[in-house]
Design a protein. Structure first.
Length: 367
């Protein structure tokens, strides 16, 4: 993302790179209006309207690449704040093998993607890479012999061979309305950008129960909490257990820069912090960190990778969900079946030297 922020005497320009905002050289304040007007023109916005927020989109040609740009404007005290999201499909890997799943989970994930019907749910906060993961699932199952339709808000990347529907709530094209129409289009696979309400959830589950494979997202903190969230939205538990194939919780963490990566032995205090954060015995281990170089802009980090928590439905888990067993017991049962929690997955990335202790611990600061 690129942020243009007007203040009383200056303009701030910040780039969000690998999840963190960094300030860069900004144009003079006197040029801000011209910059905003130009951005509005190329993204199809009304340059005369400065009192209301606006959203637009544009395609830019950068050398031999064509990238999409989403633009959002917001009136603030000293002008209009502009945020541009650059969507470069060529820079985003949509191969399921490169998503960061551990080998066992990847094998299981490929197996469930061959299931002819059911619901696969991704969970995680905004900006955790859920859409990229969903697109990788679509790419993995794509074949000219099947009909894939998506309903999204917004459509982030245009995928060849896949019919993508843009939600337009202002004219009545909501997720639920679009989904009803999609199901009359003879789909084999349906992707729903987000199950935001009971109506959308119920239609999605009915679609799964009538022979469709459904991918979607929902907002929860853990994979197991997906069950609770679906029940809280009004879905009967027998419907959940009949339709849900698996739930995957996902987070993104920054990777150590490969150019300036170096090992070190953490202090006893840091080792104890690790033991507390990851609920592991306190043992001596060697860790890695980035020293900072020109390649990573002196940050010590370059790129991000996903950590996952994968819950798959089993007969025993179905019984426990119907019996209203608490989330703690459901999680224990999942771990007996081989589920690695987000905390455990993050700890493994740390031991593998892929990320720093500071980055790993930051995911669990709330604990």
């Amino acid at each position: 993302d690129i942020h243009f922020e007007p203040f009383e005497r200056e303009v701030a320009v910040r780039f969000r790179i690998d999840g963190a905002l960094r300030e860069v050289t900004a144009p003079p304040k006197r040029l801000m209006n011209a910059v905003v007007s130009r951005i509005k023109i190329i993204s199809g916005l009304d340059i005369a309207e400065r009192r209301l927020p606006q959203d637009g989109r544009a395609k830019l040609k950068l050398g031999d690449r064509v990238v999409d740009m989403r633009v959002s404007t917001l009136p603030v005290v000293h002008g209009e704040k502009v945020v541009m999201r650059i969507l470069d499909k060529s820079a985003t890997s949509m191969d399921i093998d490169s998503l960061g799943f551990d080998p066992m989970t990847l094998k299981e994930m490929k197996r469930v993607l061959q299931t002819p019907h059911g619901v696969i749910v991704l969970t995680g906060p905004t900006g955790s890479g859920k859409t990229t993961t969903l697109y990788s699932f679509l790419k993995h199952v794509y074949s000219p012999e099947i009909n894939i339709v998506t309903v999204e808000d917004p459509v982030e990347y245009q995928l060849p061979g896949i019919n993508q529907v843009q939600v337009r709530a202002n004219i009545g094209m909501t997720f639920a309305a679009a989904l009803r129409s999609i199901l009359r289009q003879d789909p084999d696979v349906v992707m729903i950008g987000e199950m935001r309400d009971q109506e959308t959830l119920e239609i999605a589950v009915r679609a799964a129960l009538t022979g469709h494979l459904v991918f979607s997202t929902i907002h929860t903190n853990t994979a197991v909490a997906t069950v609770t969230r679906m029940a809280d939205m009004g879905l009967e538990r027998y419907m959940i257990t009949s339709s849900l194939i698996c739930a995957i919780s996902q987070r993104l963490i920054r990777m150590i820069c490969p150019k300036c990566k170096e090992p070190y032995t953490p202090s006893p205090a840091l080792q104890q912090q690790l033991a507390n954060s990851f609920r592991q015995p306190s043992v001596e281990i060697d860790l890695w960190r980035g020293n900072g170089c020109a390649f990573c802009n002196q940050t010590g980090y370059k790129g991000r990778l996903a950590v996952h928590e994968y819950m798959t439905m089993t007969p025993k888990l179905r019984e426990m969900i119907i019996a209203l067993r608490p989330e703690t017991e459901l999680e224990e049962e999942c771990q007996k079946n081989g589920m690695r929690t987000l905390r455990q997955s993050c700890f493994m990335k740390l031991l593998d030297g892929l990320t720093t202790v500071e980055e790993a611990v930051s995911l669990f600061y709330e604990d």
